[in-house]
Write a protein of this length. Structure first.
Lengths: 443, 169
């Protein structure tokens, strides 16, 4: 997949009219686009007009949708929504024929217009269009429909479509975050699993805080979470169904199981198991319950994570005397160390695109979040803190979330893009750690 | 490690109840006879009395160096005392918790806590405590003993803690 969309701003190239293009001369023309991997990129000015609506409650929905789309795109750091007070054309009435010179005049390079309908069956429908202001070309024209209570997902899908068309990358707005909500005093911390939309909406707790819970991770279907729970002084890996609340132990072994992750096809859990105090990596097939030991070493082997094609596993081991990052084949063969610099390296997480491995690094008393290629080269540090840990990838592999605790403070979630330039706090009702980003939700 | 346990067992034989911290050097001193005063008989003491610092000087916990799980002399002396208490309380089991400070990543620290708890367990077994009486649990960095973000606090948090599970408590 290309890192940028076909035509990049500032370096404009030629582009042929796409499927959704309206009746414009079918000739090559310059097109607005966003360069996602350029740290010097200036956010693209985009005008998001509140969709047209007739009835009062439709108008409310239209305003809410425009608000969510604005927040999504602005939060990505790649877009700068133009202040609606500057709009010459304010009501979205010219949905099919925007006056592009007006939009050019206020500095907008992309324009979003639309219409919202409330159906009698309780559904909400939006028809929206994304325009290239400089050429007047329609880049996206799409209708989305869902239950009215579900309008936020409709807005996120709209953001994803806009993001995808302008960056050439899949979006990540129609996603959820599971994390560990922390409360209570430091010496008796209460930890609960919590889930929320990527933008913090629809927050709810999944466990009641009675048992210590750690390190939740989504299944590929985003319907289940695997995590560590201390049940009766027995720390074990569990799977929790988000909708039904049903909890299931992943193999009742004699020793502690921890650090679980699903395989990309969802059929396996890879995790650590401590036997006689020694942590080794195991994979369990969830259909047959067959368990296979993948590492055999007296060092601590933990934090395993499959490559997106399922053929390899990256993991953390101190077998060299210090924590470093390793890669092996999914059957445990061919172990090789990939992190060769000084410092302690931990929590390797393979990008959903396969091109990078995110990690936590400890060096000279500080914690860092960074990425390296699967061959260990190309290390880049994206964030740092007194304590920073636990990166998780957005499904498009362009944004990371992690948690950070300042000296004297409590843990909090942050997101950062691959340029390291757009670090932002992710608001949660209470202190937060161990975030996991879901895949894109299914339609 | 095996050799060290053998020496420990020998030392206990020589020092009978073995109920004070050893001050002997571990190397080049193998033939020394360690002497210490006996505390009042253990069977009469609950774990809480036994590990009350003001009364005995024994502790319910031992400490570890950063990113290490080996037992230093202080830790070994404490564990020796635990084994004596367990010998005097045949109905008691023991839960050994392994803990880490917060200057490590969560999952690795769970593994490190397991190594620490197991190092203690192995020494208790070498001292003659039946393996069936010992359970271990790792809390990683989840249950600090001391709040604080300096080495003084971290030292207190890199620990193994023993708690009686049945009887004798």
């Amino acid at each position: 997949m290309p890192l940028t969309s076909p035509i990049s701003r500032p370096c404009r190239r030629l582009f042929l009219a796409g499927l959704f293009a309206v009746a414009l001369p079918a000739m090559a023309a310059a097109q607005v686009t966003v360069r996602i991997d350029d740290p010097n990129f200036e956010p693209l000015p985009i005008a998001i007009v509140v969709p047209q609506a007739s009835a009062g409650d439709e108008r409310t929905t239209a305003e809410q949708i425009a608000g969510v789309v604005t927040d999504d795109l602005e939060g990505s750091g790649l877009f700068r929504p133009v202040d609606p007070n500057a709009f010459v054309q304010r009501d979205g009435s010219e949905v099919l024929a925007p006056r592009f010179n007006d939009w050019k005049g206020i500095g907008a390079e992309a324009l979003v217009t639309g219409r919202v309908f409330h159906r009698t069956n309780g559904d909400v429908r939006i028809e929206f269009r994304l325009w290239d202001v400089s050429t007047g070309r329609q880049l996206v024209g799409r209708a989305l429909e869902t239950r009215r209570a579900n309008w936020r997902r409709l807005a996120h899908k709209m953001s994803d479509a806009i993001y995808r068309r302008l960056t050439g990358e899949r979006g990540y707005f129609d996603t959820r975050i599971v994390y560990v909500a922390e409360s209570g005093p430091v010496l008796n911390r209460v930890k609960r699993l919590a889930i929320m939309d990527q933008d913090g909406a629809n927050h709810r707790f999944l466990t009641n805080g009675e048992n210590l819970v750690l390190t939740p991770r989504f299944s590929p279907s985003a319907q289940e979470i695997t995590y560590l729970e201390y049940v009766g002084q027995r720390p074990r890996v569990y799977i929790l169904n988000i909708d039904t609340g049903r909890r299931e132990i992943v193999g009742d072994f004699a020793g502690m199981t921890f650090a679980p992750r699903f395989s990309p096809d969802g059929n396996k859990i890879v995790m650590s198991m401590a036997r006689h105090g020694n942590s080794e990596i195991f994979a369990m097939d969830l259909r047959t319950r067959a368990t296979k030991q993948l590492t055999r070493h007296q060092a601590i082997d933990t934090s395993p994570c499959y490559s997106p094609d399922g053929s390899k596993i990256t993991f953390n081991s101190d077998r060299s005397g210090r924590q470093k990052i390793y890669v092996m084949n999914a059957d445990g063969s061919g172990v090789r160390r990939i992190s060769n610099r000084a410092g302690r390296y931990a929590t390797p997480v393979w990008s959903p695109r396969g091109d990078l491995i995110a990690f936590t690094k400890l060096e000279e008393g500080n914690f860092f979040i960074g990425v390296m290629r699967p061959d260990g080269e190309g290390e880049r540090i994206l964030a740092e803190g007194f304590l920073a840990e636990g990166p998780t990838w957005a499904p498009n592999g362009r944004v990371l979330m992690f948690f950070k605790k300042p000296r004297g403070g409590t843990a909090k979630l942050y997101s950062v893009d691959l340029t390291g330039r757009n670090e932002r706090p992710v608001e949660t009702p209470v202190s937060a750690s161990d975030p996991a980003w879901s895949p894109l939700l299914k339609d | 490690m095996k050799l060290r346990f053998a020496l420990v067992v020998l030392a206990i034989g020589l020092a009978s109840a073995g109920c004070t911290k050893s001050s002997g050097k571990s190397t080049g001193d193998n033939n020394s006879v360690r002497q210490s005063e006996l505390a009042r008989p253990l069977p009469g003491k609950t774990w809480q009395e036994f590990t009350e610092p003001s009364k005995n000087g024994y502790s319910d916990r031992v400490f570890f160096a950063y990113d290490r799980f080996d037992l230093d002399e202080d830790a070994q002396a404490t564990i020796r005392a635990w084994s004596e208490w367990l010998r005097a309380h045949r109905d008691a089991g023991i839960l050994v918790e392994g803990h880490a400070d917060e200057r490590g990543t969560r999952e690795y620290n769970l593994g490190l806590g397991a190594k620490r708890a197991t190092a203690i367990r192995d020494m208790l077994i070498a001292l003659g405590v039946n393996a069936g009486r010992i359970r271990t649990i790792s809390y990683g960095k989840e249950r600090p003993a001391v709040a604080g973000e300096d080495e003084t606090a971290y030292q207190q948090n890199r620990r193994g803690v023993a708690r009686p599970t049945t009887g004798g408590a």
